[in-house]
Structures are given as C-alpha cells and as structure tokens.
Design a binder for this molecule. Structure first.
Ligand SMILES: *Cc1c(COP(=O)(O)O)cnc(C)c1O
Length: 461
C-alpha cells in the first residue's frame, strides 16, 4: 500500500534545477485557439460501431425513435459520418469563459516520485462548475434551445452533470429538472445547492414523481439508488411532456463528440512542451466521456500512423464494467426505456457499493469506448478506492491541486506507470486526464484520511 498518512512527512519536491525538453510548466493557448470543430471518431473506426437498437423491435434506431427525447441537432450527431463537425458560434462564445483549458507538466510530482518519466495533466476543473461536463452541457442546451425546448430532464450521480447542465440551461434561459442518485443526494449537498442557485430543481432518486421511481421503491425499499434508476425517471418525465427533452451527460456518441475539444487542445499543447506524442495516456472512466474527449483525437493520430500513444481507461474496482463486464447489448437504464446499446456492461440491475467517486458508478460504458477497447485500440485497468485516494493525496501534496475523486483514478494509473519507468529506467511521457476539481468532495478525502494508520483516535471515531 502506497498510502501517505496525514502524519507522515510530506513528499517534498526538491527545489533543484529543472531539466527536460522545455522549462514550461503550464501551457496555455489563446482564445483564438479554441477548436472550431469537434472531432467525430465514427468514420475513422476500422470496424463500424454496432448500431443502437430499438428497445421493443430490436431494429436499429432511426431519428424518429429518438425525436421524443433529443433535439434534431444531437440526433444527427449521434450517427454522423462527418469527421469534423463545426462548433456553433454561441457554444464557442460560452467555451471562451474557461477554454482553452491548461495542460500542466507535473514537475513537482515527477520529482517526488523520483521518476525519469515526464508527467502531464490536462485540467478540466477550470470550468465554472469544476469538471469537463460543461463541454457537452453547453452544446446540448444550445441544440435544445434551437428546437424551442424550455425544460430538460436529466439524472446525476455526485451532482457534477446536474450542476453542469443547470448552468448551461441558465445561460440559454432554460431550466432543468434533475434526479440525483439517493446516496449522493443525502451525502453531497453542495452541488444540489448549485443546481438550485442556477434556477433548476432536483429530486432524490428513486422518487415518487415517476412510475419508474415508484416501482423501484416498491421493489427495492432500501435502495441507495443508481444512475440507471435515475435515468429511467428522467427519461420517463421527458417522454411524457412534449415541451421537455432529456439530456445524458455521458455514454452517447454525441457526448463523446462534444468532449473532443479536450484532446484537440492537448495535441497543440503537447507540441508546446516539445513532445511529439504522449506515450501513455490515463483517463478515468465512468460513462467514458472525459476519457473519450481526451483520447479520440489522439487515437486519430495513432490510426493515421503519426503516433503510437498507449491509451488506458482507469475504472474503479467497485464498478468494473470494462475489466469485468460482458460486451453485449444492454439498456442504459434499469427500467429498459432507453435503446439497446452494445457496450461493456455489468447488467442494468447492477448497484455498485456507494463509493466516493459517484461519477464512476455507472453499470455500463460508452458504446464507442467499449468498441475501441474490444478492438484492442485502448486498454483498461481497475484500481481500488484506497489506491485512488492515495494517488489523489500525493498529487495534492506535490502539485497543490486536489483532484476530483473520479480523476484520482487516472492519477493512480499514471503513478503506477511512472513507478514502472523508474524501475526500468525508461523515459516516457505520461498524460493524465484530470477531469475535475475535488474541493466539493472534501468529505470523501476526510473519510480516506481518517482511515489511514496514524490518523488520530478522534478522527477514527
Ligand atoms: C462525471 C465525471 C466523471 C465520469 O464521467 P465520464 O463520462 O466517464 O467522464 C469523471 N470525472 C469527473 C470530474 C466527473 O464529473
């Protein structure tokens, strides 16, 4: 166990002479370098993505099947064969509030680990809500607004997606109604308050407000909820009201598409550091969107023969869809209302233990991410919660930044790789997708710290 206890001496970085391809620590791009297009991996896939199927007929879903749930612009993107899709100007205008996001070289972490590896992190916590999720929330709110929609329903786990979509809705003069997994609703009040501050409303799921919620409460009276249950409630609420649409913060192809601004910026920023490529890339994987956003543009470069980056999905051992799930058609929700999608899944009834990384508690994985893992174009690994938090603490004590509990999984993968570089004496460039900030998740760090040997008796009680 590599955990650093609170009473141990902190890993202090040497204040030595910095060496390496460049002295840069934080690569920032000007606003003019915000990508003008999202990158669509679908047409570049060596084998086509298995289509989503209608839940009743089992035929491939057509635009008319999705119309009750999603606006036309997003339905077109879900199956588009265009490689580059222009980002509408109103969306880019909002992206300017925090994009381009910075790429850092983690020099102090490198020195603390004593590794010959060069470690970088692309930081998405600079958005107003502290995660990558507004990259798609703003786009989804925009296309709904274009279609005259005034209300959007959605689900949220730890609250990052609900807060991102509520912000995006506020910016377009709309509201949203959020169903939050019961375990998080009880234990994580601050994003609920953010959602209300943005003018949206939020319910604990399963709730009494929908048929699906009432049925789930009858069947599982003590349930802590799950994303799959909350999806059922939000989908039902949208499908039964013509002025309302539904939005999903991960999993679907159009969400992966919107997140590719992360990887496009990263390619330009790695070049600023003098790197020809990131040799190994780690992203945490819940539904797959921050990972896809970072890696799909890099995979394009791999497929074109220009780079040889190893891409690694890091998931929690408590919810291991890629490393222990089956690759088969499953629903995205518990009630079976969503289309069937071919993906790595633990089964739609799977309720993971209430781990702290609430954003990674989904029973399945994006069909696009699943497909490229199945084709061998991406690897997957699982880390347990203690290893993830130990990595988050090491990161905080060297880089200063406290990563979101989800992001600590990617940091843990990178630290394993950096230590392997130390053992073999190999220099390698390692890239971390740092999907969000952990300041609103500090109670989870507190839980972790209080369980470490050396924590004082007061904290253990
Ligand atoms: C939601 C969330 C995740 C997990 O979702 P993905 O779609 O897998 O990216 C990861 N990190 C943060 C900070 C999140 O908010």
């Amino acid at each position: 166990m590599t955990a650093t206890s609170p009473t141990e001496t902190l890993p202090q970085a040497d204040v030595g002479v910095v060496t390496g391809p460049s002295e840069l620590t934080r690569a920032t791009l000007p606003e003019s370098e915000i990508p003008t297009h999202w990158y669509n991996l679908l047409p570049d896939l060596p084998e086509p993505l298995p289509p989503h199927l209608h839940p009743a007929t089992k035929d491939p879903v057509g635009p008319e099947d999705l119309a009750p749930l999603f606006p036309a612009g997003l339905i077109a993107q879900e199956v588009s064969s265009e490689r580059f899709i222009e980002i509408p100007e109103p969306v880019r205008e909002i992206y300017r509030l925090w994009r381009p996001s910075p790429l850092y070289r983690a020099r102090r972490l490198e020195r603390a680990l004593g590794t010959p590896a060069r470690i970088y992190y692309k930081y998405e916590g600079v958005s107003p809500v502290g995660s990558h999720k507004p990259n798609t929330a703003v786009a989804q709110a925009y296309y709904n607004h274009l279609d005259g929609v005034s209300r959007i329903t959605t689900e949220t786990g730890a609250g990052q997606w609900g807060s991102a979509l509520s912000m995006a809705c506020a910016l377009f003069g709309m509201t949203c109604e959020v169903w939050q997994v019961a375990a998080s609703y009880a234990s994580k009040p601050y994003r609920r308050m953010m959602i209300e501050t943005y003018g949206s409303s939020i319910h604990s799921s399963p709730s009494e407000l929908t048929q699906a919620g009432r049925a789930l409460r009858a069947r599982f009276p003590d349930t802590t909820g799950s994303l799959g249950m909350a999806v059922s409630e939000a989908v039902e609420a949208a499908a039964s009201d013509p002025s309302t649409r539904y939005a999903l913060g991960s999993v679907l192809n159009h969400v992966m598409l919107h997140q590719t601004v992360i990887g496009e910026e990263t390619l330009a920023q790695l070049a600023m550091f003098g790197e020809e490529q990131a040799d190994v890339v780690f992203g945490c994987a819940g539904g797959g969107s921050n990972l896809a956003g970072l890696t799909f543009p890099l995979l394009r470069e791999n497929l074109a023969g220009r780079t040889t980056s190893r891409l690694v999905a890091v998931e929690p051992a408590a919810c291991p869809s890629l490393t222990a799930g089956r690759y088969e058609y499953d629903h995205g929700d518990v009630a079976g209302l969503t289309p069937l999608m071919k993906m790595y899944t633990l089964g739609r009834d799977f309720v993971p233990d209430p781990i702290h990384a609430g954003g990674l508690r989904y029973h399945a994985m994006s069909p696009m991410v699943s497909h490229i893992v199945n084709l061998g174009l991406m690897e997957a690994m699982a880390v347990d919660q203690d290893e993830a938090f130990a990595a988050g603490v090491t990161f905080a004590r060297t880089e200063g930044l406290i990563p979101a509990p989800e992001s600590t999984h990617a940091v843990a993968g990178a630290i394993r790789e950096a230590n392997a570089c130390t053992e073999s004496g190999t220099e390698r460039s390692i890239l971390i997708g740092l999907s969000g900030n952990g300041v609103l998740d500090l109670p989870s760090y507190q839980d972790y710290l209080s369980q470490q040997p050396g924590a004082d008796a007061e904290a253990e009680r």
